[in-house]
Design a protein around this ligand. Structure first.
Ligand code: NAD
Length: 266
């Protein structure tokens, strides 16, 4: 499968290039960075540390013409605009970008009329399995106080993480409630006692942490901990490549990683 990577010089972009190169079913066909980026013109493989691939990093998304799927871990505005452009080109789109607003998410979903778009705040197998477990635990323990704790590296710009939100959504689904009504994203000062049924989030930032998440279900005198630790970005990159391969032959539409991994209904 011919794959394009946007945001090729980013932390995830480089991991995606390596994952595409390592999988014998995929070939890197195009790599694109922000116009003006210092990496424009460099060989994408050299940039990613996997040897020369014969694909120069470009600055024009027209370079994705002829790709079968594009892997996109960039920023919300880029992913939203690219979704419309790739739909017009007939190219499937795998989006790992986090921090999209509800309006941006709606615009991306609307672009999926003629192509396949897969979007997930976490592309790893382990986190998607964790989400299924959280859904079940939240349903089984409706009386538990549910808190989502996450830690990421010092460069991360959005909070809480896309994965923390994905886990919060799973908990809300398990309880049949709307996360927007139940989420508590920050606590400071005199907050008063914890409101029953809310889903709390706590964010830690620092160092080089790739991604750590813990979901705590606190009951009287006992707690249940469900968690995941990502040790390398390759777990997300390999998931994105798996999602790209999965798009082939799917009906046009907007999908999540639980569709790719067959975890829907879990
Ligand atoms: P990063 O800042 O290292 O990389 C983003 C790249 O996008 C940069 O190289 C930047 O120059 C590039 N970019 C910006 N505008 C562009 C444009 N107009 N055209 C082309 N390229 C452009 O960030 P990162 O750590 O790689 O993370 C990127 C995103 O992926 C974040 O939203 C992060 O939260 C998310 N992420 C998702 C998962 C997942 O599994 N879904 C895992 C890890 C990170």
């Amino acid at each position: 499968m011919k794959i394009g990577v946007v945001g090729a010089a980013g932390r995830m972009g480089r991991a995606l290039i390596r994952a595409v190169d390592e999988d014998e079913r995929t070939t890197l066909a195009a790599a694109v960075e922000r116009p003006g980026a210092a990496e424009i013109g460099l060989d994408a493989g050299t940039l990613a540390g996997c040897g020369t691939l014969g694909v120069a990093v470009g600055d024009d998304i027209a370079g994705f013409e002829g790709c079968e799927a594009v892997l996109d871990f960039t920023v919300p505005a880029v992913s939203t605009a690219l979704a419309a452009r790739l739909a017009a080109m007939g190219v499937n789109h795998v989006i790992g970008t986090t921090g999209c607003s509800p309006e941006e998410d709606a615009a991306i979903a609307a672009s999926a009329g003629s192509v396949v778009i897969v979007k997930s705040g976490n592309m790893s197998l382990g986190v998607n399995l964790l989400a299924a477990l959280v859904r079940r635990a939240a349903r089984a323990l409706p009386q538990a106080d549910l808190e989502v704790l996450e830690m990421h590296h010092r460069h991360k710009v959005d909070a809480p993480s896309g994965t923390a939100l994905l886990l919060g959504e799973a908990a809300a689904e398990g309880r049949g409630v709307d996360l927007r009504e139940k989420a508590v994203y920050a606590r400071e000062g005199h907050t008063g006692p914890r409101e029953a049924g809310t889903i709390g989030f706590a964010t830690l930032r620092g160092g080089t942490v790739i991604g750590e998440h813990e979901v705590i279900l606190a009951l009287n005198s006992e707690r249940v901990y469900l968690g995941h630790i990502a040790e390398e970005r390759s777990v997300f990159a390999n998931g994105a490549v798996a999602a790209a391969l999965w798009t082939k032959g799917q009906a046009p539409g907007f999908y999540g990683m639980d569709d790719v991994l067959g975890l829907t209904g879990e």
